[in-house]
Design a binder for this molecule. Structure first.
Ligand code: S3P
Length: 433
């Protein structure tokens, strides 16, 4: 049995906040300095599309706290309409956040543009992007099946909107907000189920509750002054290390400077409720985001995880693959409902989890909005091939289970971890006691 111990100071910077810092920097007037920008492929894709649309920026290496290397991005922009017509389609690679959120900005620019991605991204639903942007007056064309390429005919006359979000999606909320920043009048975005709120926090948008729904107010054509951003460590990456500590007997790990924004930290509440040995230390606020250290102490007696509240699902959406695999390995059981959105991620994550858990001998039942792990029928003797489905979170969830339990797993296309966590294996090695 392996034991993992130590201090984690090199977790990737938060992917969601990195994307937004770059996009908001490009919409701002002046020089934006982003400290601790993520080197993950997805965030690099956002910098790539910004450059492809005429934004000039540079990345520098710098020394951060604990002597760790950090990345700084510096960009200069002239406000909401600083973009240039791209010479060729803008390549978003695997990054749905890049494609969707940048579409909101491009819809409000007075030129035509096209967004494309890798084979996984070209299969993901984009009607949710086209619908609000068309209502706001932009021309948006998709493939017949409602996927990318997204061809946009932008307009400087983008209209304000009152938009009820049809899916709990922070990407859709953000793309509407980014387009609405250019409109001649105030917009309102209404969330029946809340999603991560980094865009609101970083832009300082007002929001309030009305009839059980969240209403976000976006002022139109207001100058955004450039300001510095600091990116805390990614809680979605921390979740993998937390699971490692909870699965491997005798482990004790402290993870530093993690973003603990409540719209991202539901996985910690789910685990605490199930009796996990976790605590939060050194909690503070930087740049409007709550940050702290997560201490994981392995202890016996984790209850099987059951996730069904739609709000909890939305606040833990990216952590569900790891929670499912953790619960299956630790307790033999897991249950998930109200999570159909998981089928629209980098892979159909419900199917990807079930297929791989079955290969590992777990009895599973799949339904449209979730799945259940009932028991472990057998423990395979040889090496099990795990299909990553080109999905970083699927690959990492099973890699953690393999490492913690000493199971022999052969994970296909393992380099996909670089999408969000380029130093994943290096970091795990450093923790092995
Ligand atoms: C993200 C929102 C979520 C999440 C994704 C990142 C964001 O997607 O799954 O990894 O940064 O806004 P949806 O908006 O599709 O729910």
């Amino acid at each position: 049995m392996r034991v993992f111990k130590g201090e984690v100071t090199t977790l990737p910077p938060d992917k969601s906040i990195s994307h937004r810092a770059a996009l908001i920097g490009a919409l701002s007037e002046g020089i934006t300095e982003i400290t601790n920008f993520s080197g993950g492929f997805d965030n690099q894709s956002t910098l790539g599309v910004l450059q492809g649309a005429g934004i000039s920026l540079r990345q520098e290496e710098m020394q951060g706290a604990f002597g760790r290397p950090m990345r700084r991005v510096v960009m200069e922009s002239r406000g909401l309409w600083s973009f240039q017509p791209p010479e060729s389609p803008l390549m978003c690679n695997n990054s749905g956040s890049t494609m969707r959120m940048f579409a909101g900005i491009l819809a409000a620019q007075p030129f035509a543009s096209e967004l494309v991605g890798d084979s996984s991204l070209m299969k993901r639903p984009m009607k949710r992007v086209a619908d609000p942007l068309r209502l706001m007056g932009a021309g948006v064309e998709l493939s017949q099946s409602g996927t990318a390429p997204i061809r946009i005919q932008g307009t400087k006359e983008i209209k304000p909107i009152e938009y009820l979000l049809p899916v709990p999606s922070a990407q859709v909320k953000s793309l509407v907000a980014f387009a609405a920043l250019h409109a001649d009048g105030e917009s309102r975005i209404i969330e029946p189920v809340r999603s991560r709120d980094h865009t609101e926090v970083m832009l300082g948008l007002e929001s309030f509750e009305s009839e059980g729904k969240r209403v976000i107010v976006v002022p139109g054509r207001k100058t955004i002054e450039a300001k510095p951003f600091y990116i805390p460590a990614d809680p979605s990456a921390a979740c993998f290390i937390v699971a490692l500590g909870l699965l491997a007997r005798g482990s004790e790990i402290i993870i530093r400077d993690v973003c603990l924004n409540p719209t991202r930290a539901a996985f910690l509440d789910i685990l605490l409720e199930a009796g996990a040995g976790l605590s939060i230390e050194n909690q503070r606020v930087i740049g409007g985001e709550s940050i702290g250290d997560i201490l994981v102490r392995n202890k016996a007696g984790l209850d099987p995880l059951v996730i069904s509240d739609p709000q909890v699902v939305a606040f833990a959406i990216d952590e569900i693959p790891m929670l499912a695999v953790l619960s299956a390995f630790a307790t033999g059981q897991f249950e998930l409902h109200n999570a159909a959105e998981l089928r629209t991620k980098e892979s159909d994550r419900i199917d990807a989890l079930v297929v791989n858990l079955q290969r590992l001998g777990f009895e599973c039942e799949q339904y449209p909005d979730g799945f259940m792990v009932k028991s472990r029928m057998r423990t395979p003797s040889g090496t099990v091939v795990i299909e990553s489905f080109d999905d970083h979170r699927i690959a990492m969830s099973f890699a953690i289970a393999g490492k913690a339990t000493g199971s022999a797993l052969d994970i296909t296309d393992i380099n996909v971890v670089g999408v969000s966590f380029p130093n994943f294996f290096e970091l795990l090695e450093g923790l092995e006691a």
